[in-house]
Write a protein that binds this ligand. Structure first.
Ligand code: ADP
Ligand code: MG
Length: 332
C-alpha cells in the first residue's frame, strides 16, 4: 500500500470533527491505543449494534464514497434509536480493495457529516485489504430498564410510524436510474436520493419512546416484514390500514399500486415503528407539535400475524411477499 495503515488512520480517521463529535465526557480514550474506553454513568446500560454494508448487496455499484460512509453510520445508528437509546460513539471495520486517497478523503467527509448529525465520535476500528466492506458498530446508552424492545405490545395499543414510508425504495429506484414518472422533478429526485443515501435515524423520537411505547423497532426490511417481527415477538396481531400509511409528496408521483408496494414491502426507510398504549395516546399531539411526523397506521389486536386493510377489509399478509433475507442475498 502506498500509505501505511497508521498514516492512513491519522490522515483520514482522526480529527476534531470525527473524534470530538457528540458528548466529550463519554469517551475516555479513543483512536490510537489497543482499544477505546467509554464512560458509562451509574444507572445506565450500554446498547450496541453492528451493521455491515457489502458492495452489490447492500448498496449499488454507482455510489459516492461520502454517501456510502454516511449511510453506513446512519443505518447502524437507527438500530440504537429503535431501542430508545442515545448513540455515543462508533467503531469502523473497513475492508478496502486498494488505498485510493481521493476515495478515502470523500469517505471521511461522509463519516464526519454523519458523526456531526448523529452526535457520535469515532473511537476505533480496523483497516484491512479485501473486497469493499464497511462495518459500523454503534455504542449507545440507555437508562436501565428503559429500552424499547420488539416484545411488549398489547391488544388495544395503537400502531404508529415515525415518518413517511416507501421513500427508501423509491430513492433506490432513482439512484439506479430506473424509468421514473415524468412528473418527478429535480427537487423530488434530490429528496428521494437523500432518503436512500442519507437516512435520518430517528434518535430524537426514539428517546421520546423510552417508557412510553410498549414495543418498537426500525423499518429496515419493509413495513410488513418488520411489523411481522413486532407481532411475533409481542404475540399480538397487527392490523394495518392501507389508507393511513404516510406517503411523501415525492412518492405521490408514482401510481398508487407502485406506491403501496414500496410503502408495504420496500426496505430502507429507517423510520421507527412502535405501539402506543392507551395511557400514552395524548403523546401523539405533543410529538406532532414538536415536528415529528408520527402517524397512526393501525392497531394491535388479540391473535397473530400482520393484517392489511387495503379497502376491502383485513387480509392476512403472507410473509413471502416481503423482502426475505434468506431467499434474497441481502444478509446471510
Ligand atoms: P491493533 O493492531 O492493535 O488492532 P491497529 O493498528 O489495527 O491496532 O489500530 C491502531 C488504532 O487505530 C486503534 O486504536 C484502532 O482502533 C484504530 N483504527 C484502525 N482502523 C481504524 C479505522 N478504520 N477507523 C478508526 N480507527 C481505526
Ligand atoms: Mg487491528
Amino acid at each position: 500500500m502506498p500509505l501505511g495503515e497508521f498514516e492512513l488512520i491519522d490522515r483520514f480517521f482522526r480529527g476534531v470533527a470525527l473524534e470530538g463529535a457528540g458528548e466529550p465526557s463519554a469517551v475516555i480514550l479513543g483512536i490510537g491505543d489497543d482499544a477505546a474506553l467509554l464512560n458509562i454513568k451509574p444507572g445506565q446500560q450500554l446498547v450496541i449494534s453492528t451493521d455491515s454494508l457489502v458492495q452489490g448487496t447492500h448498496f449499488p455499484d454507482e455510489y459516492s464514497p461520502d454517501d456510502l460512509a454516511y449511510r453506513a453510520v446512519a443505518v447502524a445508528v437507527s438500530d440504537i434509536a429503535a431501542m430508545a437509546g442515545r448513540p455515543l460513539a462508533f467503531t469502523l471495520a473497513l475492508t478496502l480493495p486498494e488505498v485510493n486517497e481521493s476515495w478515502l478523503a470523500r469517505f471521511a467527509a461522509g463519516l464526519t457529516a454523519a458523526a456531526r448529525d448523529f452526535e457520535i465520535s469515532l473511537v476505533g476500528g480496523d483497516t484491512t485489504r479485501g473486497p469493499l466492506n464497511i462495518g459500523v458498530t454503534v455504542l449507545g446508552r440507555i437508562r436501565r430498564g428503559q429500552e424499547m424492545r420488539r416484545q411488549g405490545a398489547r391488544p388495544g395499543d395503537l400502531l404508529c410510524v415515525g415518518g413517511p414510508l416507501g421513500d427508501g425504495a423509491a430513492g433506490l429506484s432513482v439512484v439506479l436510474g430506473e424509468s421514473l414518472p415524468s412528473s418527478l422533478d429535480e427537487a423530488d429526485r434530490a429528496y428521494l436520493v437523500k432518503r436512500f443515501w442519507r437516512p435520518q435515524a430517528q434518535c430524537g423520537l426514539g428517546l421520546e419512546l423510552a417508557r412510553v411505547a410498549s414495543a418498537g423497532l426500525d423499518v429496515s426490511d419493509g413495513l410488513l416484514a418488520d411489523a411481522g417481527h413486532l407481532a411475533r415477538e409481542s404475540a399480538v396481531a397487527l392490523h394495518i390500514v392501507g389508507a393511513a400509511l404516510p406517503c411523501s409528496p415525492a412518492l405521490k408521483r408514482w401510481p398508487e399500486a407502485q406506491r403501496l408496494e414500496w410503502m408495504l414491502t420496500g426496505g430502507d426507510d429507517y423510520v421507527l415503528l412502535f405501539t402506543l398504549p392507551p395511557a400514552s395516546y395524548e403523546r401523539l399531539d405533543v410529538w406532532r407539535s414538536a415536528g415529528w411526523p408520527v402517524s397512526v397506521i393501525g392497531k394491535a389486536m388479540p391473535g397473530e400475524g400482520v393484517w392489511l386493510d387495503a379497502g376491502k377489509g383485513p387480509e392476512r399478509f403472507d410473509r413471502r411477499a416481503g423482502y426475505q433475507h434468506f431467499q434474497g442475498t441481502k444478509d446471510v
